[in-house]
Design a protein around this ligand. Structure first.
Ligand code: FAD
Length: 377
């Protein structure tokens, strides 16, 4: 039998494509035994499904390429769609929408919407050929289809099914692939910043700047280096080289270091005491009354507003929530997501060279690209 459409990947973008496509003759192939494992694992089990503030500026991508799909299916439209299934959501501090109960509720929506599809689970795709139609070779079976949608995601979290098959298929049809790298991932530190490792578990609001990008949210110190929302989003823009941290983004340090103050530094500055004490050690300043600080010590403390350093690396693909890089979008139609090199071959979601910041932006992209594809295919 030849299917009208075969979809590789029963994740966010594959399931949304299948739900929206008019055809009833759809095969969905996935190496996992269950659908949507990433949705289940996301947002600490509560799936951060989208964000109030989605704009092209939240993505590392060709902005013109992503604009059409993001405009086609906005967060408002996603919320309207989810509301039809009475999915209860809550909004958090930075505009993120999370499930009130469980990510399982999102998965059960897609289970209902894809009942008509033929699922091939526990089926790892190895290779794809084209001879009048697509011939999809898997471990065991060969599946044939007139159209092929590759929704196989990136290569982060291989423990829940990730593989480079999407990039391999793209290359075999002549596409270029921007080198994949871990993103939304913690950063390791060099020797000069090893003092940070003594602060494992401490977290507070920090501003992070990398080149022309400035982000503000919580930073978390870990035994390996730095993590937390602001670092995860920052890792998207970090290549190699320096980043800058402002540990007191909401405070006027000059006022806090008022020379008349008799308070100890660690009591005066609105930062966790353990952090201040380690920081002071690292800059060789004693914790003493502010009025006793000399000019050179006051100068050294200014670093709290502008701590510049080059991270050593990142925590790697096993810990990265997403993969940046991927199939070059110059060779893809931005509405149908069809390859410009091979008719009837489509790529959606994270497999493309489009990556969002932390906060629901990646699911929004996976869903928006899938809805656009289904509408214009
Ligand atoms: C732990 C974790 C938490 C996350 N939390 C959030 C969050 O809260 N909000 C957010 O917006 N984003 C989050 N993300 C990112 C988000 O999950 C992805 O960006 C999104 O799922 C991408 O959708 P996709 O359909 O492109 O790929 P995926 O959802 O990754 O789906 C790809 C599917 O393809 C299958 N596949 C891969 N290779 C093969 C093969 N060779 N043969 C057969 N099948 C194959 C995989 O098994 C998988 O099911 C999180 C990611 C992780 C890892």
């Amino acid at each position: 039998m030849i299917y009208d459409i075969a979809i590789i990947g029963a994740g966010a973008s594959g399931l949304m494509s299948a739900s929206m496509l008019p055809s009833k003759n759809i095969a969905i192939i996935d190496s996992n035994s269950k659908i949507a494992l990433k949705i289940l694992a996301s947002g600490g089990g509560k799936c951060n499904i989208t964000n109030k503030n989605v704009s092209v500026e939240n993505y590392l991508a060709n902005k013109e390429f992503i604009k059409k799909a993001l405009d086609e299916f906005t967060p408002k439209e996603l919320l309207k769609f989810l509301d039809k299934f009475k999915l209860e959501l809550e909004v958090r501090k930075y505009g993120q929408y999370f499930c009130k109960k469980s990510a399982k509720d999102v998965v059960s929506i897609f289970e209902k919407l894809t009942k008509h599809c033929h699922f091939f689970m526990n089926t790892k795709v190895l290779h794809v050929e084209f001879k009048n139609h697509f011939i999809i070779k898997t471990q065991g079976k060969t599946i044939e289809a007139k159209k092929l949608i590759v929704a196989s995601g990136g290569i982060s979290y291989t423990s829940i099914g990730a593989s480079p098959i999407g990039y391999e298929i793209a290359k075999s049809f002549g596409h270029s692939v921007v080198t994949p790298a871990p993103a939304l991932v913690g950063l390791t530190v060099q020797k000069d910043q090893f003092w940070m490792k003594n602060l494992s578990g401490i977290s507070f609001n920090t501003k992070l700047s990398i080149e022309d990008k400035t982000l503000e949210s919580d930073l978390l110190f870990t035994h390996k280096g730095i993590s937390g929302p602001v670092v995860l989003s920052g890792s998207l823009y970090w290549k190699k080289g320096k980043i800058e941290l402002d540990f007191l983004p909401k405070s006027n340090l000059k006022k806090l270091l008022d020379k008349k103050s008799k308070k100890q530094i660690s009591s005066q500055l609105p930062l966790p005491k353990r952090f201040i004490l380690e920081f002071l050690k690292s800059i060789h300043v004693e914790d003493k009354a502010i009025c006793k600080l000399n000019n050179s010590e006051i100068e050294k403390l200014q670093v709290l507003k502008k701590y510049e350093f080059a991270p050593a690396g990142n925590f790697g693909f096993t810990k990265a929530e997403v993969t940046k890089g991927g199939i070059c979008t110059d060779e893809i139609n931005s509405l149908t997501f069809e390859s410009k090199l091979q008719k009837n071959l489509h790529f959606v979601g994270e497999v493309l060279d489009v990556t969002g910041e932390l906060g629901g932006y990646n699911f929004q992209w996976a869903f928006a690209s899938a809805v656009s594809l289904a509408k214009y295919i």
